[in-house]
Write a protein that binds this ligand. Structure first.
Ligand SMILES: [Zn+2]
Length: 87
């Protein structure tokens, strides 16, 4: 049995302090172009790209998270793309 070094590894840091509000843009593909904002007063969620100025807004509720707005936007984009492909 050899000597065991006590190399105490620090526990992995979890970064759960902040929700993700920045996403990659489906239009210009900029990795952090899109920012989501939640307007809890008017129950409007808005995602917009600071690079290409594309934006999307939808109604939200108390449980909506920024990622929900973003994925709705992506869904919307795919619907439009599919529609154009058919035409
Ligand atoms: Zn963009």
């Amino acid at each position: 049995m050899g000597k065991r070094k006590s190399t105490a590894k620090p526990p992995p840091k979890k970064r759960m302090d902040k929700l993700d509000t920045v996403f990659s843009c489906p239009f210009c593909n900029h990795g952090t172009g899109v920012e989501c904002r939640l307007d809890m007063k008017n129950l409007i969620g808005e995602a917009s790209c600071r690079i290409c100025q594309e934006s999307f807004s939808t109604t939200i509720n108390a449980l909506t998270e920024p990622i929900d707005i973003y994925s709705e936007w992506i869904d919307e984009c795919e619907r439009v793309n599919n529609y154009e492909d058919d035409g």
